[in-house]
Design a protein around this ligand. Structure first.
Ligand code: VAH
Length: 320
């Protein structure tokens, strides 16, 4: 049976990935770790939790050794908009942290999942149906950590035989844990505001198209890639994956199918708009589909219906 460690377990993806992994592999076979103080609230359900910092290599190595970990999902990162305010911290967590994980994986024979992002692309990348293999010259620290992480993870596979794999996540929309400072956070906030006030002011302009995905599909992508037959993988770090290419207006139109009077306004935030403008409008994810059978389940209206239902429940319970 797999023994899995999830680093960054209290984050938007980590908190839901832990729950799904525990359903599949058993509570005690999935160790959660992060720096958060409120792990019990963030990570629903039972299972081991260790407070640890991904930059503390001794501590992480000790957790891996003590628990006989064979698979590490490293979700520790500082997201794009915050990373522009704290570039040094973003590098430290994103790259020094990843280096620690890869060294531990090399020494203790673990597989590693690395979450890259559409942020690994930049303004010179072909923006429409962005190919799997293309120019990657991001101009954000977040993007620099993601391209570097992809290269470092592929190096560890080629040079040391470490089983490293990853996806380039698009914006991820979810209703359990709020995202923490990304450029695509608006696509979560809009649903919460639709429930609270039936209105939202977008920090990104109309017509700012970005790839997006509902959290269940993101979790599915991570787990299915890690379970894929490695002999079929021509790529490893990292696969383009997407479910939809949308702008704020598209989400608003979808919300209006359930809440006709929803009002969307715009007040672009310079940093987020500049970052979003440097990212692709849409990805070509055919390599993931061909090499490990990737296919999203949720399209925009399915996601909207599910999001509004879940956020309304939280609102009625005064949880938001
Ligand atoms: C961010 N949610 O906005 C992350 C993600 C593609 C975006 O990497 O920084």
């Amino acid at each position: 049976m797999k023994k899995i460690l999830v680093l960054g377990a209290c984050g938007q993806i980590g908190s839901e990935l832990v729950v799904e992994l525990r359903k599949r592999y058993g509570n005690n076979n999935v160790i959660a770790s992060d720096l958060c103080e409120d792990a019990d609230e963030k990570i629903a359900g039972e299972g081991p939790f260790y407070k640890a910092d991904v930059t503390d290599v001794q501590r992480i190595a000790e957790i891996v050794r003590e628990n006989k970990i064979d698979t590490i999902y490293n979700l520790a990162a500082i997201l794009s908009a915050v990373a522009e305010q704290k570039p040094h911290a973003a590098w430290n967590v994103g790259i020094n942290g990843l280096y620690n994980v890869l060294e531990i994986a090399r020494e203790q024979n673990c597989s590693v999942f690395f979450p890259s992002s559409i942020g690994a692309f930049g303004p010179t990348t072909p923006p429409d149906s962005t190919p799997q293999d293309t120019i990657q010259r991001p101009q954000t620290m977040y993007g620099v950590t993601k391209v570097t992480g992809e290269l470092l993870s592929d190096y560890y596979h080629k040079r040391f035989g470490v089983d490293t794999r990853g996806v380039r996540f698009p914006g991820i929309i979810s209703n359990v844990t709020l995202p923490g400072g990304g450029t695509t956070d608006y696509a979560v906030e809009i649903y919460y505001e639709a429930v609270k006030s039936n209105a939202y002011t977008s920090p990104l302009k109309k017509g700012t198209f970005l790839d997006m995905m509902y959290m269940p599909d993101a979790i599915k992508a991570a787990i299915e890639l890690m379970e894929a037959d490695s002999s079929k993988l021509k790529h490893r770090n990292c696969f383009n994956v997407t479910a939809m290419s949308i702008d704020p207006e598209a989400i608003a139109s979808s919300i209006r199918k359930f809440s006709p009077d929803f009002e969307l306004n715009y007040d672009p935030e310079e940093v987020k708009q500049e970052i979003a403008d440097s990212w692709p409008n849409s990805l070509d994810d055919s390599a993931a589909r061909e090499e490990w059978g990737w296919k999203p389940d949720f399209k925009l209206d399915d996601m909207t219906e599910d999001m509004l239902k879940a956020v309304k429940k939280k609102y009625e319970k005064n949880l938001i």
